[in-house]
Design a protein around this ligand. Structure first.
Ligand code: P6P
Length: 338
């Protein structure tokens, strides 16, 4: 018996049918992002063949070397969102300032989108999974005029939807609204994202912790004690294993599916953390939280941090609720305020 598998387009339209009051703008936005993701994956999966590997010679606002594929991904997302009718403007890891799509149609759109177009792109040359991360907010400013910076500087809990696309052995788009988290795997035979992981839930517990052990002596004592707990746990056959891809989307995707905890603490070299609040931590924290997980900066929920600027960074600990809670116990015991 052939099992009907919904495509992303069919799923978003089905959601629209369930909520007749919806205007369809959010569904259209998600389909636009899915289209950009297919174009990005086509290039990422050809990176070794097409002349698109390597750096452009520029550095971005983060002071990081811009890879050619970063720019390609950034341009694909801007193109589909500007051409669509659901996005008033964007902010990107690759660009210092926000971009208002200042035209008669988009000025009346009610959403803005923030994204990291290709997270982990430094791993492309060695064929390690990378990803696109995005968060969607309802604009605060009045429609009819270009969107403004205030529309972007909102706490993560105000995201209407958030998601990522992981470009690995297959391309998979995962997105959350308040109604749940769903995963769509790209079927190359039909060129569509198909619903492969409905109603995703983050297990309450897991058996992996994910952190760059190389910075151990730069971490605070609470983090060091927690890592020792994870490692000693292994002796008590608790079975904690360390897994670290070095590509946030890949490490968080594994954590969402299998449980576990992902940690990127502050270090002596990066005392405020490395990962960006607005277009890395907030979208992934939203997804994990809707899926039943937790996400904190050590002192507060990631989703309740009030952003002061587009590119600010934060320490981040996210994953299985029970594992994040256990880590928070180490912060409380040490009296550490992040
Ligand atoms: P480190 C990739 O460069 C990235 O932004 C994230 O995807 C990843 O989690 C992190 O940095 C890795 O950083 O310091 O461990 O190399």
């Amino acid at each position: 018996m052939y099992k009907k598998v919904l495509t992303l387009d069919e799923f978003t339209i089905q959601q629209l049918r369930l909520f007749p009051h919806a205007t369809g703008e959010l569904s259209a936005l998600l389909r636009d992002i899915g289209l950009a993701a297919k174009r990005i994956y086509a290039e990422v999966s050809r990176a070794g063949i097409a002349d698109i590997l390597g750096a452009t010679g520029d550095t971005n606002i983060q002071g990081e070397e811009v890879q050619q594929l970063d720019l390609f991904a950034n341009n694909q997302l801007i193109a589909v969102l500007r051409h669509g009718m659901s996005c008033a403007g964007i902010a990107s890891e690759e660009m210092e300032d926000m971009v208002a799509f200042d035209d008669a149609v988009n000025n009346n759109s009610k959403y803005v989108v923030m994204f990291d177009p290709l997270d982990g792109s430094s791993n492309i040359d060695i064929n390690i999974p990378t990803g696109t991360i995005f968060g969607i907010y309802r604009r605060i400013s009045s429609p009819g005029a270009p969107c403004i910076l205030t529309d972007f500087l909102q706490p993560g809990y105000r995201q209407v939807a958030a998601g990522y696309v992981i470009y690995g052995p297959s391309a998979m788009l995962v997105y959350a609204t308040r109604r749940g988290v769903n995963g769509f795997t790209l079927d190359p035979a039909i060129g569509e994202f198909c619903l492969s992981h409905p109603n995703m839930v983050c297990p309450e517990n897991g058996s992996t912790y994910s952190i760059n052990q190389g910075y151990f002596f730069q971490y605070t004592s609470a983090v060091q004690q927690y890592l020792a707990f994870c490692q000693q746990g292994a002796k008590k056959s608790v079975g904690y294993s360390q897994r670290y891809v070095g590509s946030m989307v890949a490490d968080v995707h594994r954590t969402l599916l299998k449980g576990g905890i992902f940690l990127y603490p502050a270090t002596a070299a990066k005392p405020k953390g490395k990962l960006r609040l607005m277009y890395e931590c907030n979208p992934l924290a939203f997804i994990l939280t809707v899926a039943g997980g937790k996400a904190t900066n050590g002192a507060a929920s990631i989703l309740h941090l009030l952003p002061a600027s587009l590119h600010e960074v934060t320490p981040v600990y996210m994953g299985s609720a029970n594992m994040v809670s256990a880590l928070q116990g180490f912060f409380s015991a040490s009296g550490e305020i992040c």
